[in-house]
Design a protein around this ligand. Sequence first.
Ligand code: ADP
Ligand code: MG
Length: 465
Amino acid sequence: MSTFEQLGLSPETLQAIYKLGFEEPTPIQEKAIPLALSGADIIGQAPTGTGKTAAFGLPIIERMVPGSDDIQGLVVVPTRELAIQVAEELNKIGEYKRVHTLPIYGGQDMMRQIKLLKKRPQIVVGTPGRLMDHMRRRTIRLQNISIVVLDEADEMLNMGFIDDIKYILGDIPGERQTLLFSASISKAVETISNQFMKNPSLIQATPRNNTVPSTEQHYIEVPERKKFDILCNLLDLHSPEAAIIFGRTKKRVDELNEALSRRGYSTGAIHGDLSQAQRNAVMSQFRSGSIDILVATDVAARGLDIEGVSHVYNFDIPQDPESYVHRIGRTGRAGRKGVAFTFITHRELEHLRIIENLTKRKIIRHPIPTLTDALAGQQQVTVERMLKTIEEPAISAYKSMAESLLEHHDSVTLLAAALKLLTKEPNTDPVQITEDHYAPPRAKKQRAKAPERRQRRPRPRKAHR
Ligand code: ADP
Ligand code: MG
């Protein structure tokens, strides 16, 4: 295994790595960085959460000329949130080398973006739609680009961005280095690589420390109309530090978010119909811990890296097995532990098996948590808080109060009352979430007679930009 020092990075970039706190390169970084520094085209494949951003981010920063007036590096990503996240990481990596990165994405004010582009960033991270807007308006100059990265390439191509990607790549000088990173490699990825890359080297990295298997996967079979109460029981039982709940549609995500906050959970919603300002605000609340639960459509599933997400709940099983992998990849990142729970209704069992086959991992059946389990979970939280408080010097101010109470009541009764007061007891106010019945995309039984009519639901493209 090599160290970052052995990978051929400059002192400025190494300094940035120390500041980021990375101790050693991940396998994909170890393989991709020296090769990318040599100027080669690369297709890098590695599981989610294994540091692909820095695998292309470090070499891209190294290859930039600081202070230059030209955009020399371009990173194309499928979602707005990812544009922001990747640009942030590149700005951190480029801090000491003084390489400046700008995210551009749909939903943000065009005039503001044009102003920011005039400040001459060396790298732009953008979503395909918005990049093309700027290209058509000639508010971005791609003539001096020396390196292009497609991040989450499989997803972008899946989402129907293939023509957009061709348009963008077609407009960038051929004398450039092209890097393509993805968790999986599809036919569409191969097509793009054949057309737009020069003898790309394929690098595949398996995770060290079992990065992906560190996510425990469970499913709970539950009738549609009981999903919400059972979700609340689970949340009370687990008290997750930070959790993401995935719902199938924007409407359901909104309803879930409202219903959860009515029951006293600290939540925020994110989906494609919210304004970009709202989406950014929710993301920063979640990152800073001022909300514990993010309720999301698949917009949030791709590539987002949020520290400390301990639990992922699939309120609805994803339509697309690939998106299951990406959703649960939001937890158990960088070798930490994570847990994923997926609700399925009886008729979705078959779809679950498809997912198991794809991921080659068994998803373990979990019993339905009851209200009693939920209460026990919350009581445990109270006990832990109380035991921690015992160590705080500030409690001495309460001791004489305790002594005078003990003159009239026995200690067990008093302690029980205190525990009850401190415990967030499960709230069972009735809540209505619109029922959403799921049509499995590959319902084999109905199709038996007409197998050629295999239809996938088209995915809305605009919503993801
Ligand atoms: P991917 O794109 O492969 O899904 P990310 O690039 O988002 O993964 O990285 C996942 C997390 O791992 C991020 O929080 C990132 O800062 C962290 N990380 C990346 N490289 C390293 C490293 N060498 N050591 C420790 N943490 C790292
Ligand atoms: Mg990524």
